[in-house]
Design a protein around this ligand. Structure first.
Ligand code: MV4
Length: 675
């Protein structure tokens, strides 16, 4: 076996390859860009080399530089992971020329599968089923139109050089063919520099079912069953599973054997995947072959009990396949959900930023997490914004899906927008639960999968308010404990705490500029009375370590984590809070905190809610003020408190100036309500 390999990749797949290599006693060399100097894959590797700037073109795609590092470090083989150089035939060739084993298929097999038309030319004669199509060299409009008419509508025009759904046009009748053809050719030319197209029968409701194949250098090839990856959005896989729901054993066998014929037809070596379209009537058609280890390979590992990276290493080392076909079995069911830093409500726009808070389910025999990031790491604009792959296994599809929902409910991510809620909605959809998946699933169930965000509930607002009050109490207590003179007015923490006339009014926003919600919390002997949205809730709160709060609201007890973005030095205003309960989370913004607000509607005393410093005085005696107008700002416990006019009225007196220290409870402004 190799003693040392280089992993020409980053993120979760680099970490995943290193894990198996280490288990087999192989040392690992990592490469990294400027953006990844402290990345998890660098830390996990035995040695790591900087290869360039953050953009992939200037680092992870630099074939020569990576081969130079492999030679310098004494790596005997290179694992390319997926993406980057993994399906680059020139890179595979350069590795061979440098005497370094490329852990993947020969360059010739990568090239053969690079062209859709070329692949069909090989697969047809090899007995691999193809959808009715025209993929000839004659690209005359009349020839293509005639082919489409013969195939029968609807047809799909595809760019020969295309992939991943780019350069495709659906045509529903002969009259629409010519215009769609020219538009497809234009796109093919500009996207791939090759205007050739092929024409296929269009399947209207297919499933994406792919077969994992493996071949060794001795001429053996096997299939490790199928994965269903039908649930996609804009040709990006979202949830994958193995085996495919409702797959009949005889179709599985026929598809698997066709995939093995496909692999043998191109002299394949290593891990590969044959993609099929699987029609409602049970027929299936070869689409393309991916000549790499795929992102979703873990679901195959979970149901077969095999480590596909170990297989790759053994095959690259010249060993025979670890198992024969009749030694491979499907055991149970597995799902993979791709956890992404992206915004499902905003066209899945990537969300870059720091993972301020990251808690993941505890891995066990049923739950596996493949990730390349930790709390505190950043998701940058340079690479795929995947945070983790959550993989679950159980004996039945139903149980595995329940595990998936349960594990998703345990995820806690703060700092960037993520797709956990969307994944949970997918995994909870009755049609998904029933296994009725196809490539149109997400579009068809759009309304349920992308619900409008509900208004903040009274309970959520109360929790946010309790968090802020608990935080203030904690600071106040710390100050008191550390102060020598226990009788100083600075330390009278309990005075404002126990005085029922004292209350806090907080204004929260649903989004940065969204609707406002006012919450008034009044101190009671046994907790708080919280008025919100016209209701009054009775609440109590205990702050626990690790951002947790034990809250009881109207008798319902629960633990909620509240993660606050921004440092304590920041003023309260504009603070972003993320509440995380079990299986739910909610983000909201704090707009303002008014101590001693007027809950009862009378004229309150405008007093200092706690000892502090006057940092701004905005009014003078005799000023007419509007309700809500900021009169004075007090800084206390490292937070700012704005004292506002409780009603329209006049300033009768201002009792302190900017810079003055004030004691807890000191009257600050005398106010006269307008009659
Ligand atoms: C098709 C098809 C229906 N009929 N070909 C999209 C990407 C490329 N790999 C193949 N694709 C399709 N080819 C025929 N003849 C429907 C799709 C397709 C699709 C395939 C797999 C997964 C998701 C998809 C979403 C839309 C369309």
């Amino acid at each position: 076996m190799f003693e040392k390999i280089l992993i020409a990749n980053r993120g979760e797949i680099a970490c995943r390859v290193i894990r198996t290599a280490h288990r087999l006693g192989i040392r690992c060399v990592a490469v990294y860009s400027d953006a990844d100097a402290n990345a998890m894959h660098v830390v996990m590797a035995d040695e790591a080399y900087h290869i360039g700037a953050a953009p992939a073109r200037e680092s992870y795609l630099l074939a020569d530089k990576i081969i130079e590092v492999a030679k310098k470090s004494g790596a005997q083989a290179v694992h390319p992971g997926y993406g980057f150089l993994s399906e680059n035939a020139d890179f595979a060739e350069k590795c061979a020329q440098a005497g370094i084993e490329f852990i993947g298929p020969p360059a010739s097999a990568i090239r053969a599968m690079g062209s859709k038309a070329g692949a069909k030319e090989i697969m047809g004669p090899a007995g691999v089923p193809l959808v009715k199509s025209y993929h000839g060299a004659d690209q005359a409009v009349a020839t293509l139109q005639k082919a489409a008419d013969e195939i029968g509508y609807p047809v799909l025009i595809k760019a020969t050089a295309g992939g991943g759904g780019k350069g495709m046009r659906m045509v529903f009748n002969a009259g629409e063919f010519a215009e769609n053809l020219s538009s497809c050719q234009r796109e093919a030319k500009s996207s791939f520099g090759d205007e050739r197209v092929l024409v296929e029968k269009y399947l209207t409701k297919p499933r994406h079912v792919e077969i994992q194949v493996f071949a060794d250098k001795l001429g053996n090839a096997v299939y490790l069953f199928e994965r269903d990856c039908s649930v996609q959005r804009r040709h990006q896989k979202v949830i994958e599973e193995a085996p495919a729901p409702q797959m009949k054993p005889e179709i599985r066998k026929a598809m698997g054997e066709a995939a093995v014929r496909a692999a043998k037809a191109v002299g394949y070596v290593g891990a590969g995947t044959c993609e099929f379209l699987y029609d409602e009537d049970g027929s299936f058609y070869f689409m393309e072959m991916n000549t790499r280890l795929q992102v979703e390979h873990p679901v195959t590992e979970m149901i077969t009990g095999q480590d596909l990276v170990e297989w790759q290493l053994r095959v690259a080392n010249g060993e025979p396949l670890p198992k024969k076909q009749d030694e491979l079995r499907i055991n149970g069911h597995a799902f993979e959900a791709r956890i992404y830093a992206e915004d499902p409500d905003n066209d899945f726009l990537p969300s870059i930023g720091k993972l301020v808070h990251l808690r993941q389910p505890e891995p066990n025999a049923n739950v596996r997490i493949d990730t390349g990031v930790r709390e505190g790491d950043s998701v940058s604009m340079y690479y795929d914004p995947m945070i983790a792959k959550l993989i679950v296994w159980d004996e039945s599809r139903e149980r595995a899906l329940a595990r998936l929902r349960g594990a998703l409910a345990e995820y806690e991510i703060v700092g960037l927008t993520h797709n956990i809620k969307f994944l949970h909605a997918l995994g909870s959809h009755p049609e998904f639960i029933a296994g009725n998946v196809d490539t149109g699933f997400i579009k068809r169930h759009n309304d349920v999968l992308f619900p409008a965000a509900p208004e903040l509930t009274a309970e959520e607002l109360a929790i946010a308010a309790l968090h802020l009050i608990a935080e203030q109490l904690r600071h106040a207590e710390q100050v008191a404990v550390h102060h020598a003179d226990r009788h100083s007015p600075w330390n009278q923490v309990s005075g404002w705490r126990l005085n029922e006339d004292n209350h806090h009014a907080l204004v929260f926003l649903e989004s940065e500029n969204g609707p406002e919600h006012k919450v008034i919390a009044q101190f009671r002997n046994d907790g708080f009375a919280v008025s919100v949205n016209g209701q009054t809730l009775s609440a109590s709160v205990t702050a626990l370590p690790d951002h947790l709060l034990a809250v009881t609201i109207d008798g319902k007890k629960q633990q909620v984590r509240v993660v606050q973005q921004g440092t304590q030095q920041q003023t309260q205003q504009g603070k972003q809070l993320t509440l995380i309960g079990h299986g739910w989370s909610r983000k909201l913004w704090l707009k303002s905190v008014d101590a001693n607000a007027d809950a009862a509607g009378g004229v309150p005393a405008l007093t200092a809610p706690m000892p502090g410093t006057i940092i701004a005085v905005n009014v003078k005696k005799g000023d007419k003020v509007a309700r809500g107008q900021a009169l004075l700002v007090l800084e206390a416990m490292k937070m700012e408190h704005t004292i506002r006019a409780p009603a329209e009225g006049e300033i009768a007196d201002v009792l302190y100036a900017q810079g003055d220290l004030v004691a807890d409870g000191a009257e600050l402004v005398r106010f006269a309500r307008k009659e």
